[in-house]
Ligand binder design. Structure first.
Ligand SMILES: NC(=O)C1=CN([C@@H]2O[C@H](COP(=O)(O)OP(=O)(O)OC[C@H]3O[C@@H](n4cnc5c(N)ncnc54)[C@H](OP(=O)(O)O)[C@@H]3O)[C@@H](O)[C@H]2O)C=CC1
Ligand SMILES: O=C(O)[C@@H]1CCC=N1
Length: 284
């Protein structure tokens, strides 16, 4: 089946219209994965509903997932991990025959199958750059996810960035790296800009230069396929400015700080997993 035919068959309900729900829906609408008329968002927060009305007035918006308007073949669960079992237990028989996709950190496939009552479940770890079509998403599928479901997932996620299929056992590590990663990189951009301001640049110019440097470097790593160490060496002239900056970063432990960040986030994801072992309990 052609990709556009695959997409046109679907209607998607997004349960939880917070940060990640917004990034995924925004990215999917911009990429024409689905038209606004094919999306329903369930959002109990009045403040958040106001945001949706202002930003996406043509998307169906309801307060409760048991509302008939929220009845779609594909459901994306985008609530906090501890709310997933609460949503799952809202109405008997509600999930039968539906493809259930969860983006909750630390909620594995076996819990999803247990809570939603079947194995047609997908666990996705997206990240916020999906909003601008530059996400990094990893996903794994339950036993009853068919080929057509897989094609839909892969096409929908690919439309908002990189989409890779992984094992469920790799998802906590993915969460530590790419799920949480945009926050680390925002910190880097902000800190580089602070350095520019300290050195005398106006704030807006420092921010422009810092963010473009991160964007351009990432693109260069991807497009040349060259090792980042080699690309780093190409910037550092003997006795020059860059090696002085690199020495400062090594002295302050940037590498080990970044490795520790990914590890700490992964461990937190594992913790959320064990906290949510019992239906109705869990972490926020
Ligand atoms: N933010 C990120 O970068 C990423 C987040 N995730 C995962 O995405 C999920 C959502 O995270 P995030 O978007 O940051 O969280 P948010 O708190 O921003 O969004 C969750 C939304 O769900 C709403 N909500 C609460 N209860 C229900 C319910 N019963 N039915 C429908 N909606 C409900 C909340 O409303 P209210 O505020 O009123 O409670 C809130 O608006 C989490 O499980 C997280 O692990 C995964 C990858 C990246
Ligand atoms: O911080 C969190 O728990 C979520 C999951 C990955 C990114 N944000």
């Amino acid at each position: 089946m052609k990709e556009e035919d695959l997409m046109s068959k679907k209607r998607l309900t997004v349960i939880g219209g917070g940060q990640m729900g917004r990034a995924l829906v925004g990215g999917m609408v911009a990429a024409n994965v689905l038209s606004p008329a094919e999306i329903c968002v369930v959002e109990p927060s009045a403040e958040s509903r106001l945001w949706w009305q202002t930003q996406h007035g043509d998307i169906d918006l309801v307060v409760d997932s048991t509302d008939p308007a929220a009845d779609s073949q594909i459901v994306l669960i985008a609530v906090k991990p501890n709310v997933v079992p609460v949503v799952a237990s809202q109405k008997d028989g509600m999930w039968s025959g539906k493809l259930v996709i969860s983006i909750a950190a630390g909620v594995n496939l076996s819990k999803l199958a247990d809570w939603f009552g079947h194995q047609r479940v997908v666990r996705v770890m997206p990240n916020t750059p999906c909003l601008v079509g530059q996400g990094a998403c990893a996903y794994c599928c339950g036993n009853d996810v068919g080929d057509e479901d897989k094609q839909w997932i892969s096409a929908a996620l690919s439309a908002v960035g990189l989409a890779v299929e992984v094992n469920d056992s790799q998802m906590d590590a993915v969460t530590g790296l790419s799920g949480s990663g945009p926050a680390y990189i925002c910190l880097v951009i902000e800190a580089m800009a602070d350095g520019g301001v300290l050195a005398g640049l106006p704030r807006h110019l420092a921010m422009q230069l810092a963010s473009q440097t991160v964007l351009g470097t990432a693109k260069m790593v991807q497009e040349t396929g060259r090792h980042p160490g080699e690309l780093k060496d190409a910037v550092a002239s003997p006795g020059g400015t860059t090696i002085a900056g690199l020495q400062a970063l090594e002295n302050k432990g940037l590498r080990s700080a970044m490795i520790a960040a990914v590890e700490a986030s992964m461990k937190r994801s594992q913790q959320l997993d064990s906290l949510s072992s019992h239906k109705g309990q869990g972490a926020g």
